[in-house]
Design a protein. Structure first.
Length: 156
């Protein structure tokens, strides 16, 4: 396994990406759901959901990044990451990942995107999958954080 500093640095980086998504998700969860479906695109709830999904795509990219390998290896030693890996594989094998990426591109590269495109529409109807993915990242990273911060953990 990588040296402790590499584990802590890569875990901190990954955790920071997750926390960005979590802040937006909390705001999204507090936003009222519009009365009419057509309002979703213009309502704070829809805007926050698109932003949260885009940040989930960034989190997936971070998870798979080479520099996060020490964190992934460490997490696999302190908790079961099978469900997270299964969800990530499911995303890659289905259209979920394509929708996540399209939404990310739409939200963060508006200079290259039309107003109405697959990125703007991508999150619609996939809330359950996005919540499951976010929740599993949350579980895995919380166990990792507790382990790193525990006496004798990898916080040196």
């Amino acid at each position: 396994m990588a040296d402790t500093l590499s584990v802590v640095e890569s875990f901190s980086n990954l955790h920071d990406v997750f926390m960005n998504a979590s802040v937006v998700k909390r705001a999204m969860d507090q936003a009222p759901i519009p009365n009419e479906d057509a309002q979703w695109h213009y309502h704070d709830r829809g805007r926050l959901e698109r932003l949260w999904v885009a940040l989930l795509a960034v989190l997936i990219e971070a998870w798979h990044a080479d520099q996060m390998k020490p964190a992934r290896e460490y997490l696999a030693t302190v908790t079961n990451i099978d469900e997270l890996v299964r969800l990530l594989r499911e995303a890659r094998k289905s259209d979920n990942f394509k929708r996540l990426q399209a939404n990310r591109s739409y939200m963060f590269h508006r200079d290259e995107r039309e107003y109405w495109n697959e990125g703007r529409l991508g999150p619609i109807g996939h809330l359950d999958f996005h919540v499951a993915l976010h929740s599993e990242f949350s579980r895995v990273l919380l166990v990792g954080l507790r382990s790193i911060n525990a006496p004798g953990g990898d916080s040196a």
